[in-house]
Design a protein around this ligand. Structure first.
Ligand code: SF4
Length: 91
C-alpha cells in the first residue's frame, strides 16, 4: 500500500473539524423545526396548564407523536399538560 491511499493526518483533521462545526448546527436545526401556531393559540385560548382536570393528553385532538393537535396546523409544541377551548375528552 502506498502512502497515497492512506488518509493523511491533515485530511483526518479536516473531516473531524467539519464534524465539530456541523454538530451544533444539527442540534440547532432540531429547535428550528419546532413551531407554534400563535394565531390559533390565541383564538382557542391555549394555555400550558390543565383546566378543571382537562388537558391535552386526555383530548381527542392531541397528537402525542408529533407534539401537535389537529386544531393547530404546523404547531409542534403542544404540551400534554396544556389545555384550550377546543378540548374534547377521549372516549
Ligand atoms: S384541542 Fe386544545 S386541549 Fe385538545 S389537544 Fe388540542 S390544544 Fe390540547
Amino acid at each position: 500500500m502506498t502512502d497515497l491511499n492512506k488518509p493523511s493526518r491533515r485530511q483526518f483533521l479536516k473531516v473531524g473539524g467539519a464534524a465539530l462545526v456541523a454538530l451544533p448546527i444539527i442540534a440547532m436545526s432540531g429547535n428550528a423545526l419546532a413551531a407554534k401556531n400563535e394565531s390559533v393559540r390565541a383564538a382557542l385560548q391555549y394555555q400550558t396548564s390543565p383546566k378543571d382536570g382537562k388537558q391535552c393528553s386526555t383530548c381527542q385532538n392531541y397528537q402525542a407523536a408529533t407534539k401537535g393537535c389537529t386544531l393547530y396546523p404546523g404547531d409542534t409544541e403542544i404540551v400534554p399538560t396544556g389545555y384550550c377551548s377546543g378540548y374534547i375528552a377521549k372516549k
